[in-house]
Design a protein around this ligand. Structure first.
Ligand code: PEP
Ligand code: MG
Length: 922
C-alpha cells in the first residue's frame, strides 16, 4: 500500500515492555515475568520471543529474518543492565532459555540453562563465583541439557557417563563429585557430542542461544506435548513463546537455594505459607521431585531476610492478581530472585473455596467468584469418594497431591497402564517419581502414586491439572519396575503389579484391596440441598467446601438466562435430573421403548401383510407407551417434557442381517426346516438393509412412510397427559419431530398429530394443549428455518446429527479412523462432537435461530445434542441467545454453573474466541 510504511512485526519484548494480559503473544510465563518486572519485583532481566515467532518458525522451518537483529538488541539491553557480557571469558553473562506457552504445559517442553558457558568462560565463572566446582558443574549441566534437547542426543549417554564415573569412584551421588571429576565429565560429555553428531559442542555463546531458542520452538511438537494438548484441549496452532533470562543460581552453595510456593494451599485453599524449598539446588531439581524438599517454614529458620521478603512479595502478588498465585524463586547467596509467577493451578475443591474466601475477604465480587470456577471442576467434585464407614486396611501414607478416590490394580509403567486399561481394568500408576514421559500412563490411570516428590512435583502438578487423583512422596515405598514389585518398608510387605490398591488423594492414604466408594458431599448437596450436604460433609474443611459451592451455584442460578433441561428417557433418569436442578426434559428419546418384549410388535408392523395386521400391532403398543409416558410426566410434574418421536431406522429393531442369514443357513445345512415366516423375515431384513442408515429411512421419514407409528406415539402421549390431568396432576408434554428437512414434512406430521390430540381430547373430555416442534439436525432445516418456523412451536438443535450432516461424516466411523490426523494438522483442536464447531455447526445454529425467530417470534429455541452439556459450547449458546440447553442428568449442575458464568462474564467475544481457538476451521 502506497504511502503506508510497511510495519515490521516485533518478535522480541523486553520484560519491561509487556504485561500479564499478553499471554497470547508472550505466553503465560513471559506475560507474568513482564508484570512482575513492572511491579518492581526482583526479576532477573531478560526478554521474551513471541509465540508469533514460533509459529513463523514452525511454518517456514526457519526463524523470521528480523528476529536475529531484535535478539541482538535485547541481549545488549540485558548486558547493559547486568554490567556483564555474554561470552566474556573473564565474567560471563549466563542465560536460561525456557519455553512458555499461553496455557501452562508443565514439563512438556524444553529448557536449557547456563547458556554462555564454554571452555574459556568456565574459568571466568569459577573466578567470579569463587567456586570452581560450581563452575564446572554448571558447564557439564549445560553440555548435558544442550546435547539432549538441542542436539537430539540420547540423554542416557550422558546419564551413563555420569553414573559410570560415580561408580568407578564409589560415590553415593552428585554431591560427592570433585572439581576434577566434573572436569573429566566435561571432556567425556564433549566426546559424546562429537561422536553422536559429528560436530563439536558449540563454543560460541550466541550460537548456543540461537540453537536453544530453535530447539524450544521445535519442542512444541514433541509427542508428549501434542498428547498433553489434545487432553487439555489446547490448540496445536498456538505455538510457544521463549523466555531468555539472566541466570541466577540456587546451587552456589551455602545461602543459596530454590523453591516453589503458593500464596494459599492449592489443595484446600487455606491461606498461609505453603511451598517447597531445596537448599543448594537448581530449579529443575524441585519440580522433578528427585530430591525431597524442605518446607517454607524451614526457610524462615535458614534465611529470615529472604523469607520475609518472599512473604511480602507473596502478599503483594495475591492482592495484585486478586487470586492465588504460584511462584518460583531462587536465592543466590542471600539475594532473592523471582523466576516465575502465575495464577496457580488448584484442585477443584480449592477453586471453590478460594473463590468464596476471596469474596469474604472482599478481594473479588460474588459475580467474579462464579467466573473463577469451572464446570469441569464442579464435575470432579461430584465424583464418588471412599466410604468413610467402610473397613479399610491402611498400608501407608504420603502427601495428598490431587484429590479423589481411586481404586485399581498396580501398574508400574506406561505400557502396562495402557495395556491393562485397554483390557478394561482400572489401574493405579505407581512410580518412584514421574517425568513428562509418563503422561500417557497418567492419562489412562485412575490414580497416580509416587514414592518421591513434593506437592509441586511433576506428578502432582500434572495430576491436578487433569483432575486425576494423586498421592506423592510416599518415602515408605520402594518401587522396582523391573521386578514388578512395590515394597512397603513399614509393613515389610511386597505388592505386585496386578494387585489391587486404593488411594485417597485428599488424605494421602494408601489402602490394600478394593475400598467401597460413596457419594461425595457436594453431590449430596446438589441432589438434596444444603442441609443434607453439610451433614454429609463430616469435617470443617468439607463443610466449608459445600458452603462455597452453594454460594457460587446460587449466584450462577440467579444470573443465568439459559434454562437448563435434561435428556432423560426413564422416570428414574427424570427424577435424578430434577434433583440435579433440571427445569424440564429437553429430549426424551423413545426408541428404547420399542425394544425387549415389544420388539416382536415392531416386527409385526414391518412384516404385516395388510393394514389391519399393522393396526393390531399399533393398538397393542399404545397402552404400553402410555405407561412409559405416565411415569415420566409424573416424575416431571409441572415441567416440560419434550418427547421425540421415534428416530432410528426401523431395521434396528429387526434381527441382524448376517446373524439371521447364518442362522437359517445352518438350519438348512442340518436338514432342519426353515419356515415360511423365517424366509420372509430374512427377505424383509435384506430389503430394509441400508448402506448409510444414518442418512436413510429414519426420523420424520418413518412418519411419512408408516404414519401409524407416530400416530400411536402421539396417542400414547395425549392419553398419558389426559390421564394425569384427570388425577389433578400437571403434565406438560411437547411433541418433537426428528430429522426435519422441509416444511412440508413438518406440516404433514403436525396435522396428523393435531388430529390425534383433538380425538383424544374429545374421547377423554380433557382439554389438551400440546406444543409440537421439531429438531434441526440437517443443514437444510437450518437454511429453511424461516419456512419451518411458522409450522413449529419450538426448535431443538440436534447438534450431534447436525455436526455429522454439516461436516458430512459419520461419528461412528470417523472418530477412530482419521481424527488423529485432523488433530495433528489442527483442522480442529477439540472433536466437534465434544465442543461445538462455532464457525460451521455453530453458525448453522445461529442462522436457524435467527431465521426461525424472524418468521415466528414466539418460537422457543434450544439445543439437545451432547453439546448442551459442554462448557465451551454452553458459552456459545448463551452468546447467540438460545432459550435453553438440554444435557444428560449428570451434567445438569455443570450446565447451570456454566450458563451462569456465561451470563456474568458477558463473554461474547471470549466465548467466540475460545470457540475459534478450539475449533479452528474457519
Ligand atoms: C442429535 O442429533 O443431536 C440428537 C440429540 O439426536 P440423537 O443423538 O438421538 O441422534
Ligand atoms: Mg439426532
Amino acid at each position: 500500500m502506497k504511502g503506508i510504511k510497511q510495519m515490521t512485526k516485533k518478535y522480541v519484548y523486553g520484560f519491561s515492555e509487556g504485561n500479564k494480559d499478553q499471554k497470547d503473544l508472550l505466553g503465560g510465563k513471559g506475560a507474568n515475568l513482564a508484570e512482575m518486572t513492572n511491579l518492581g519485583l526482583p526479576v532477573p532481566p531478560g526478554f521474551t520471543i513471541t509465540t508469533e515467532a514460533c509459529r513463523a518458525y514452525l511454518g517456514q522451518g526457519e526463524t523470521p529474518e528480523t528476529l536475529d537483529v531484535e535478539v541482538t538488541a535485547a541481549i545488549r539491553m540485558v548486558e547493559t543492565e547486568m554490567g556483564k557480557k555474554l561470552g566474556n571469558p573473564a565474567d560471563p553473562l549466563l542465560m536460561s532459555v525456557r519455553s512458555g506457552a499461553k496455557f501452562s504445559m508443565p514439563g512438556m517442553m524444553e529448557t536449557v540453562l547456563n547458556i554462555g558457558l564454554n571452555d574459556d568462560s568456565v574459568h571466568g565463572l569459577a573466578k567470579q563465583s569463587g567456586n570452581e566446582r560450581f563452575a564446572w558443574d554448571s558447564y557439564r549441566r549445560l553440555i548435558q541439557m544442550f546435547g539432549k534437547t538441542v542436539m537430539d542426543i540420547d540423554g542416557d549417554l550422558f546419564a551413563d557417563a555420569l553414573h559410570g564415573l560415580q561408580k568407578r569412584k564409589g560415590y553415593a551421588g552428585d554431591l560427592d563429585m570433585t572439581t576434577q571429576d566434573l572436569q573429566q565429565l566435561v571432556v567425556e560429555y564433549k566426546e559424546i557430542v562429537k561422536t553422536a553428531t559429528g560436530v563439536d559442542f558449540p563454543q560460541e555463546p550466541r550460537k548456543q542461544l540461537d540453537m536453544a531458542v530453535e530447539a524450544v520452538f521445535r519442542s512444541w511438537n514433541t509427542d508428549r506435548a501434542r498428547l498433553y494438548r489434545r487432553r487439555e484441549h489446547i490448540p496445536n496452532s498456538l505455538g510457544t513463546a521463549v523466555n531468555v533470562q539472566t541466570m541466577v543460581f540456587g546451587n552456589m552453595g551455602e545461602g543459596s537455594g530454590t523453591g516453589v510456593c503458593f500464596t494459599r494451599d492449592p489443595s484446600t485453599g487455606h491461606s498461609g505459607v505453603y511451598g517447597d524449598y531445596l537448599e543448594n539446588a537448581q530449579g529443575e531439581d524441585v519440580v522433578s521431585g528427585i530430591r525431597n524438599t524442605l518446607s517454607l517454614a524451614d526457610l524462615e529458620k535458614i534465611d529470615k531476610k529472604s523469607y520475609d521478603e518472599l512473604r511480602a512479595i507473596m502478599d503483594k502478588l495475591e492482592v495484585h492478581y486478586r487470586d492465588m498465585c504460584d511462584i518460583e524463586f531462587t536465592i543466590q547467596r542471600g539475594k532473592l530472585w523471582m523466576l516465575q509467577t502465575r495464577v496457580g493451578k488448584r484442585t477443584a475443591s480449592a477453586a471453590f473455596r478460594i473463590a468464596d474466601q476471596l469474596v469474604a475477604e472482599r478481594l473479588i465480587t460474588r459475580d467474579e467468584a462464579v467466573t473463577r470456577v469451572t464446570g469441569d471442576q464442579l464435575t470432579s467434585l461430584l465424583f464418588p469418594q471412599f466410604d468413610r464407614k467402610a473397613e479399610k486396611k491402611l498400608i501407608t501414607k504420603g502427601m495428598p497431591a490431587s484429590p479423589g478416590a481411586a481404586v485399581g490394580e498396580i501398574v508400574l509403567n506406561n505400557s502396562q497402564a495402557v495395556e491393562r486399561t485397554q483390557a478394561g481394568a482400572s489401574v493405579i500408576l505407581v512410580r518412584s517419581e514421574t517425568n513428562p514421559d509418563d503422561l500417557q500412563g497418567m492419562v489412562v490411570a485412575s490414580g497416580v502414586l509416587t514414592a518421591r516428590g513434593g506437592k509441586t512435583s511433576h506428578a502432582a502438578v500434572v495430576a491436578r491439572g487433569m483432575g486425576r487423583c494423586c498421592v506423592v512422596g510416599v518415602d515408605d515405598l520402594v518401587v522396582d519396575e523391573e521386578a514388578g514389585t512395590v515394597y512397603v518398608k513399614s509393613q515389610d510387605t511386597t505388592y505386585h503389579a496386578g494387585d489391587t490398591i486404593a488411594i485417597d488423594g485428599s488424605t494421602g492414604e494408601v489402602f490394600e484391596g478394593k475400598v467401597p466408594v460413596t457419594d461425595s458431599p457436594v453431590k449430596t448437596y446438589i441432589a438434596k440441598g444444603l442441609e443434607a450436604g453439610l451433614e454429609a460433609a463430616g469435617d470443617d474443611d468439607t463443610r466449608e467446601l459445600v458452603e462455597a459451592v452453594d454460594h457460587i451455584m446460587t449466584r450462577a442460578d440467579d444470573k443465568r438466562e439459559l434454562v437448563v433441561r435434561a435428556n432423560a428417557d426413564t422416570p428414574e433418569d427424570a427424577r435424578r435430573a430434577r434433583e440435579f436442578g433440571a427445569q424440564g426434559i429437553g429430549l426424551c428419546r423413545t426408541e428404547h421403548m420399542f425394544l425387549g418384549d415389544r420388539r416382536k410388535l415392531i416386527e409385526q408392523v414391518i412384516l404385516a401383510k395388510d393394514k389391519s395386521e399393522q393396526e393390531e400391532a399399533f393398538k397393542a403398543l399404545v397402552p404400553l407407551q402410555e405407561g412409559d409416558f405416565v411415569g415420566i410426566f409424573d416424575a416431571m410434574d409441572g415441567m416440560t417434557v419434550t418427547v421425540r418421536l421415534i428416530d432410528p431406522p426401523l431395521h434396528e429393531f429387526l434381527p441382524n442381517l448376517t446373524d439371521l442369514s447364518v442362522q437359517l443357513a445352518v438350519k438348512e445345512a442340518k436338514g432342519e426346516k426353515v419356515t415360511a415366516e423365517e424366509t420372509e423375515l430374512l427377505q424383509k431384513v435384506r430389503q430394509m438393509h441400508e448402506q448409510n442408515p444414518m442418512l436413510g429411512l429414519r426420523g420424520v421419514r418413518l412418519g411419512l412412510k408408516l404414519p401409524g407409528l407416530i400416530k400411536l406415539q402421539v396417542r400414547a402421549i395425549a392419553n398419558a397427559a389426559a390421564k394425569l390431568k384427570k388425577q389433578g396432576r400437571d403434565p406438560r408434554p411437547e411433541i418433537m419431530v426428528p430429522l426435519i428437512g422441509s416444511v412440508r414434512e413438518m406440516q404433514i406430521v403436525r396435522d396428523m398429530a393435531l388430529e390425534i390430540i383433538s380425538e383424544v381430547s374429545a374421547e377423554t373430555g380433557v382439554e389438551l394443549d400440546i406444543p409440537i416442534g421439531n429438531m434441526i439436525e440437517l443443514p437444510r432445516a437450518a437454511v429453511t428455518a424461516d419456512h419451518i418456523a411458522p409450522e413449529s412451536d419450538f426448535f431443538s438443535f440436534g447438534t450431534n446429527d447436525l455436526t455429522q450432516t454439516t461436516w458430512g461424516f459419520s461419528r461412528d466411523d470417523v472418530e477412530s479412523s482419521f481424527f488423529d490426523e485432523y488433530f495433528d494438522y489442527s483442522v480442529f483442536g477439540t472433536s466437534p462432537f465434544e465442543s461445538i464447531d462455532t464457525h460451521g455447526v455453530g453458525a448453522m445454529v445461529q442462522m436457524g435461530t435467527e431465521r426461525g425467530r424472524k418468521a415466528n417470534p414466539n418460537i422457543h429455541v434450544g439445543v439437545c445434542g451432547e453439546h448442551g452439556g459442554d462448557p465451551a459450547s454452553i458459552h456459545f449458546f448463551a452468546e447467540i441467545g438460545l432459550d435453553y440447553v438440554s444435557c444428560s442428568p449428570f451434567r445438569v449442575p455443570v450446565a447451570r454453573l456454566e450458563a451462569g458464568r456465561a451470563a456474568i462474564s458477558n463473554e461474547s467475544e471470549l466465548a467466540l474466541e475460545r470457540g475459534a481457538e478450539r475449533n479452528t476451521t474457519a
